[in-house]
Ligand binder design. Structure first.
Ligand SMILES: *Cc1c(COP(=O)(O)O)cnc(C)c1O
Length: 371
């Protein structure tokens, strides 16, 4: 059957038919109609962040990582020193790209199963005054931990450090208000909680730091200041825009607004999350994280103890029934992940739980309980 499978992953996500249909047209990159769509998307993104007064938004071609890399290249001076707060795989990726771009990078490590600690950050900033910027992953999609954005932003503001936030898997679903939370840059992308298709990221940059960013990027394609200046002057993208991705995001944002914006999206994802947790508990599965620090975005489950379990077989058995699961990203423990985000509701999560129950049955596994 050629029906789309439901994607229980952290992106690409299941999108609505309406969003997909928006892509059935060709657009010229310098045509006024298309540039009006870009302008509208940028205006809506700033409104979601409540950042009209304090920030600008700069879209960039590519997956989300491209925009994280661009934010670091554009904001951090060559002699800057970045401190990455690390409690998972996406933090490690941010540290790696910072180092590869020739910026001095230190890592403040935490366990995968805990939030980063603002008190430890305070100590580190006092201990090493050479640090100029802090990188925080808001929702660490690796294990699914929600990190304390407000507290980290407050520490950075107190110590007058730049803060770059990767809010890729939280923007649109969790509340982020630029009027209350101070950051220099915040990065997200089209194909996450706004439920567009993947292909572009966008970076909110605080107006107060924007001018100083001119000429810092060692990369032409990653230079967000140049992209910004060009877009303001011409209304166009520098270099070929991902036209279909932009119009799909425009349509996805219209649905986001009709649904009731960020609070409604959070409510739907929270419903998905609760349905998932209770359904999986009935099958014996145990989540990896303490629910107190779990974001309702993606859930890591321990692999069942039964020796007959292996992820590939389990994945294939769920896939046959129309659901795409996601492998775990922890180095020490065998786990798998189930996303709660995308254009899906809790009845689809119930069906996914049922598909996993049947997958266990196929494999002759009586319970999902871990060791
Ligand atoms: C999805 C995601 C990214 C971007 O990953 P890409 O593979 O480049 O799309 C970055 N950070 C976090 C926390 C994410 O969830």
């Amino acid at each position: 059957m050629d029906r789309d499978k439901i994607l229980l992953t952290p992106g690409p996500l299941t999108t609505t038919l309406r969003t997909k249909l928006a892509m059935l047209k060709d657009w010229g990159s310098w045509d006024a109609d298309f540039n009006a769509v870009t302008a509208s998307v940028r205006k809506s993104l700033l409104a979601i962040l409540h950042g009209q007064d304090s920030h600008v938004v700069v879209p960039l071609q590519g997956s989300g990582t491209f925009s994280v890399e661009a934010a670091v290249a554009t904001l951090v001076p060559h002699d800057g020193h970045v401190l990455v707060l690390d409690n998972g795989a996406y933090c490690k990726r941010a540290a790696k790209l910072t180092t590869l771009m020739g910026r001095r990078c230190s890592v403040l490590g935490f366990d995968d199963a805990v939030q980063v600690d603002p008190a430890v950050l305070t100590q580190q900033l006092k201990y090493d005054p050479s640090i100029t910027h802090v990188v925080l992953i808001h929702c660490e999609t690796g294990a699914g931990v929600l990190n304390p954005l407000q507290a980290v932003a407050d520490v950075c503001a107190t110590h007058d450090k730049g803060l770059i936030v990767d809010a890729m898997s939280s923007f649109g679903a969790l509340e982020i208000d630029a009027r209350k939370t101070r950051f220099d840059a915040l990065v997200a992308a089209s194909g996450k909680c706004l439920e567009g298709v993947p292909g572009m990221g966008f970076v909110f940059i605080r107006k107060a730091v924007l001018d100083a960013c001119a000429g810092r990027s060692q990369s032409l394609a990653m230079d967000l200041h140049d992209q910004y200046v060009y877009m303001e002057r011409t209304t166009q993208w520098r270099f070929t825009p991902p036209t279909h991705v932009v119009v799909a995001l425009h349509e996805a944002i219209a649905q986001f607004e009709q649904e009731g914006g960020q609070p409604a999206r959070l409510a739907r994802y929270t419903g998905n999350y609760q349905t998932l947790i209770s359904g999986m508990a009935r099958l014996g599965f145990k989540p990896f994280l303490d629910p107190a620090i779990q974001a309702p975005i993606i859930v890591t489950f321990h692999a069942p103890a039964d020796p007959k379990y292996d992820f590939k077989t389990f994945y294939a058995a769920a896939r046959t029934r129309g659901f795409i699961l996601y492998p775990g990203k922890l180095t020490q423990l065998e786990t798998f992940r189930v996303g709660c985000i995308g254009a899906i509701a809790s009845f689809e999560i119930e069906q996914a739980v049922h598909a996993m129950a049947l997958a266990l049955l196929d494999m002759g596994i009586a319970s999902g309980a871990p060791a």
